[in-house]
Design a protein around this ligand. Structure first.
Ligand SMILES: Nc1ncnc2c1ncn2[C@@H]1O[C@H](COP(=O)(O)OP(=O)(O)O)[C@@H](O)[C@H]1O
Ligand SMILES: [Mg+2]
Length: 262
């Protein structure tokens, strides 16, 4: 027999309350996903976003990643992606079991939350910068605590595939576009993606950059090594698909530096 836990009750109340607020829940997500991501802080932030009418339909789970979950949603006929950074990540639960109750560390739990909120805000502002520079990214609409709402990149309720799952018609053209995205991101948006790979590029008519929480500005002490890693990842993916340029040559063209081997 399943014990009705506190969080089960909270989730039932959550559904009820959302429905009272006029939100349609399209696809009740499985309990495991919900328990992991919808803690009290997240529920409160979601209520606030509903209250401000940022979304009116909550759909199914699109992705469960290491740190975040992504859900499909809608608002006035616009399709949305809601990315929620989990406050209870596995590592932290283990860590905190040693720390909670130790009064010397009572600030740690709060610090962890603050870090996740800052991360969410950073992803939002990175998307704004990239978009302002004319790069194809999801349009960021709003963030609150650990929640980021952006436009949905997909067809119907199906997200565009990640680049790794696409059979490219013209790989050389896509390769050139992605290198030019890296360059524009660096020169115009002042950013290095820092986790660029075939996982964080969605593709339909063209490549779209996603997942910019970890992106850094050019003045970050590790910006250049991150940039080099991004370039190498892209070259690794394309080298069996088309001719690729030399890593260092791309790096120098993007940065305007003249490095022999960074
Ligand atoms: N704006 C979006 N539109 C459509 N799908 C998205 C969007 N953002 C994320 N996704 C889906 O969720 C997955 C994970 O998103 P991502 O931002 O890379 O999170 P993670 O940090 O978990 O890697 C993506 O590969 C994609 O399938
Ligand atoms: Mg990702």
């Amino acid at each position: 027999m399943k014990k009705e836990t506190n969080i089960d009750k909270k989730l039932d109340q959550f559904d009820q309350r959302l429905e009272e607020m006029g939100v349609r829940i399209k696809d009740a997500n499985n309990l495991k996903v919900r328990e992991d991501v919808f803690d009290e802080i997240t529920l409160l932030a979601l209520y606030k976003l509903v209250h401000k009418k940022w979304f009116s339909v909550l759909g199914g789970s699109i992705s469960t990643g290491k740190e975040a979950n992504v859900f499909y949603a809608e608002r006035d006929g616009t399709t949305l992606a809601i990315k929620i950074y989990r406050i209870q990540t596995a590592n932290f639960t283990t860590m905190s079991s040693y720390i909670i109750g130790d009064r010397r560390f009572s600030h740690v739990k709060k610090a962890k939350k603050e870090l996740i909120f800052a991360w969410t805000r950073k992803e939002f502002s990175n998307l704004v910068r990239a978009r302002d520079a004319g790069i194809a990214v999801p349009e960021p609409f709003v963030w609150d605590r650990n929640i980021l709402i952006m436009s949905f990149l997909g067809e119907g309720e199906i997200p565009y595939p990640q680049l790794r799952n696409v059979e490219l018609e013209d790989p050389a053209e896509t390769y050139a576009r992605i290198i030019s995205i890296i360059e524009t991101l660096y020169k115009k948006a002042d950013l290095v993606h820092a986790d660029l790979s075939e996982f964080n590029i969605l593709y339909s008519d063209k490549p779209y950059l996603i997942d910019m929480g970890q992106s850094v500005t050019r003045d970050h002490p590790r910006a250049l090594p991150f940039l080099m890693r991004d370039i190498r990842n892209v070259n690794r993916f394309f080298k069996n698909r088309c001719d690729v340029r030399n890593d260092v040559e791309i790096f120098n063209a993007v940065t305007g530096l003249d490095t022999a081997e960074p």
